[in-house]
Design a protein around this ligand. Structure first.
Ligand code: HEC
Length: 202
């Protein structure tokens, strides 16, 4: 009996200690990010759904994991198992003679590898987290966290996509789901300012 009680207690402790072990980014950005590992093989396991060109010579490619894609498709909440992931690759565009090189469709041509990737992962955090999303920026060459990134800035910007579960490109992903064509667009604004494609259709 004592044994059973002990086992039950151990089980309880295990269950209750798991969510508390992963702090929310608001509580402890560093520890939350440490819980988010580099998403190895994302190019083969996740789906490329959009490519964005910006006039400051940045090309960004957006990937979604299958469980996150299914959640959007079925209009369900993203799972908190850690399987709902978004990755955005940040590439510099190729240039020559101070002009960006363009392909036949007049799109900028990204360099071979992105310098950094940004990752969002929904997981079982303690309550009060930014809807349970964790974030991290990684150096692609080393697969290690990009220490120059200030993770609280991710939130101060992504919070304006709260209506879209903090995912700016949801309208674009929905178009991808309808057409199965990778969505490619030129955003006329620099950095990561919003353009029309980020907004839900009225
Ligand atoms: C100034 C605003 C801004 C900041 C700061 C920012 N983002 Fe974003 N993020 C965007 C926009 C806008 C998009 C949509 C793609 C685009 O237009 O480049 C995006 C896209 C993403 C995506 C793809 C899913 C989505 O929301 O569309 C991920 C993942 C992401 N950002 C993670 C991060 C992380 C991690 C950080 C911090 C290291 C960060 N972002 C900082 C504005 C921002």
């Amino acid at each position: 009996m004592k044994h059973v009680a002990q086992l039950a207690l151990t089980g309880l402790l295990l269950v209750s200690s798991t969510p508390a072990g992963i702090p929310s980014p608001q509580e402890d950005a560093v520890a939350a990010a440490a819980a988010l590992p580099y998403p190895e093989n994302y190019r083969s396991t996740m789906t490329l759904y959009a490519v964005v060109d910006r006039p400051d010579g940045m090309v960004r490619k957006l990937y979604v994991s299958l469980p996150a894609l299914e959640a959007v498709k079925n209009q369900r909440a993203y799972p908190t198992s850690g399987d709902a992931l978004y990755v955005i690759e940040n590439y510099k565009a190729q240039s020559a003679n101070q002009k960006y090189l363009l392909d036949a469709q007049k799109h900028m041509i990204p360099r071979e590898n992105p310098e950094t990737i940004h990752v969002m992962q929904r997981r079982g955090n303690v309550s009060g987290a930014m809807d349970n999303w964790n974030v991290q920026s990684f150096q692609v060459a080393s697969h290690t966290p990009d220490l120059t990134a200030t993770l609280s800035e991710c939130w101060s910007c992504h919070v304006s996509a709260e209506k879209r579960d903090f995912v700016f490109s949801r309208p674009v992903l929905q178009k991808f789901l309808l057409t199965r064509q990778v969505q490619r667009w030129d955003c006329p604004k620099t950095n990561r300012q919003l353009c029309d494609q980020h907004l839900d259709p009225q």
